[in-house]
Design a protein around this ligand. Sequence first.
Ligand SMILES: [Ca+2]
Ligand SMILES: [Ca+2]
Ligand SMILES: [Ca+2]
Length: 484
Amino acid sequence: MKKLYEKLFSKKSIAILIVFSTFILGPTVSAHITKPTSGIQIDPMLSDKHVLNNGNSVYKLLIITPEKFVKALQPLVTHKNTIGMPTILITLTDVYDQMYWYGRDKAEKIKYFIKKAIEEWGIEYVLLVGGKKGQLPSWHLPVRYVQMDVGWEPHYISDLYYADIYDLEGKFSSWDSDGDGLYGEWIYEEEPEDKDIDLYPDVAVGRLPCRNELEVKIMVNKILDYETTTYGKVWFKDMIVIAGDTYLESHNPNWTGYEGEYYAELALENMTGFNPTRLYTSDGTLGGQADVIRELRKGCGFVYFVGHGNPRLWGNHPPNDEKFVRGLNVRKMHKLRNNHMYPVCIVSGCHNSQFDVSILKYFNKLSRYRRESSYECWGWRMTRKIGGGSIATIGCTALGFTKEDKNSFKGGINEIEVEFFKQYGKNNIQVIGDTWATTVSAYLDTYPINWNMFENGDSWIDTQVVQTWVLFGDPSLQIGGYTH
Ligand SMILES: [Ca+2]
Ligand SMILES: [Ca+2]
Ligand SMILES: [Ca+2]
C-alpha cells in the first residue's frame, strides 16, 4: 500500500490527487438452441475484409451466453423476434468450437465470433449475458482487462473491447499492437505499449452481468415488460437529475460553481418535452438517500446522477462544503419500488459500474478500503433490482475522470454523459445501444486520441473515459418502448 501511495503522490499532475481525494470521500467514502435457420453458417476461414450486409440483416441482435442461461433467455429471444428485432442466441460452447483456430484466449475468440457475425449476418447489437460466477473469482462470460495504469488500479474491465471490432484499416482490432498477450497497455504519461487502438464501436454492445439464473429471469421479465408497456405512459416523460458541487472551489480556484448541477442542467436542455425533477444539494432538495428513493419510486424515463462514487455508493457535496451527501447506497436499493416504471439510468462517478467486485475481496485490505468487498456494484444492483431500479445503467468500471483531471480542462465523463442526452433528445437515436455507440464516437471525434503525445496525459484520460463507460442492459432496447 505504501508503494501505491508513493506512486500516487509522486505524480506531477494534480489529476491523480483529485480523483484520489474524491474517491475517499465515499463511505466515510449448439449448435445448440437457435441454430441459424437461414442456412448461413459461420465460416471458419475468417477474412479481414470488412463486408457489411448493407442493411440486409439476417439477424440484428446476437445474444452470447453460457449454456446455463439459455432456458431463461428463451422468452427474450421469442419477444425480440416477434417485435421486429431478428435475434439469434449462441452459446459460449458454440463460439469456442467455431472459433477453434482463432483467438489467443476466450475473450479474443468471442471478439472474432462477433466480427464474423457482423459480416455473415449483419449483426448490429450484441448482448453479452454473464458476470461473475456468484462471488467467485471466475466468470460466466469472460471480460477483457486493459492494462491502463494511472497508479490507482493496474487494470480495469473494458467491454468496449467487444464493440471495437475493426481498426482504421478495416482489420481486426486486437487492442494488442505489440502482440504480447496484454491488452491496451498504457502507463499514464508514458509511451503506450499498445498503440493506435481505434476505439470506435463497430457494433453496439451491452452486458447483463448476471451472477446466477435468477438475475437472468429478472432482467428478461423487465425488458419484456418495459418494451411492451412503456409507450405513451405519463411517467416516462419525467426525468430526474441528482447532483451537487462536485469540485470544491476551496481546493482549486478554477472549480467555481456547482459542477454536478451544471451538467445536470445541460442534460435537461437536450431533453425537450421531459418534465424535470431536480434534486440538488445547493437548494437542499438533495439532503440524503430518502429524497432519491422517494422520487425514484414515482417512476421516470431517465435518471441522471452527477457526482462521486465508489462501487457501493453515489453522492455529492453541498456547495463549497467538504461534507459528503449520500445519494444512494447499494444497501438501500431494496427500497426502490418503481415497479413497471423503469428509467434509463446514467451514473457519473468513479467505479459505480465496476462489476468485478465480490464479498471475498473483504479479505484483501486494499480492496476493502476501495469498497470492492460488495455482493455487486452499484450499477448492476440498480439494474437487476426486482420490481424497481433501472432498465439499463451506464456508468464507469474504473476511475471516472472529468475535465478537472485534464490539462485542457475539457471533456471527461460529464461531457460524454451530456452527449448521450443530446444523441437521444436532439438526434432522436432511440435504440439504447445506438445511443451509446454514437455517443462514444462523438466523444472520440471531439477528443481524438493522440498515441504519440503521451506526456500530456489528456489522451490517456480520453481513452479511459470511453473504455470504462459500460452499458448494463439490452443494447437493442427501444427506449420508451414499442408503440404496439
Ligand atoms: Ca500488448
Ligand atoms: Ca472500430
Ligand atoms: Ca465547484
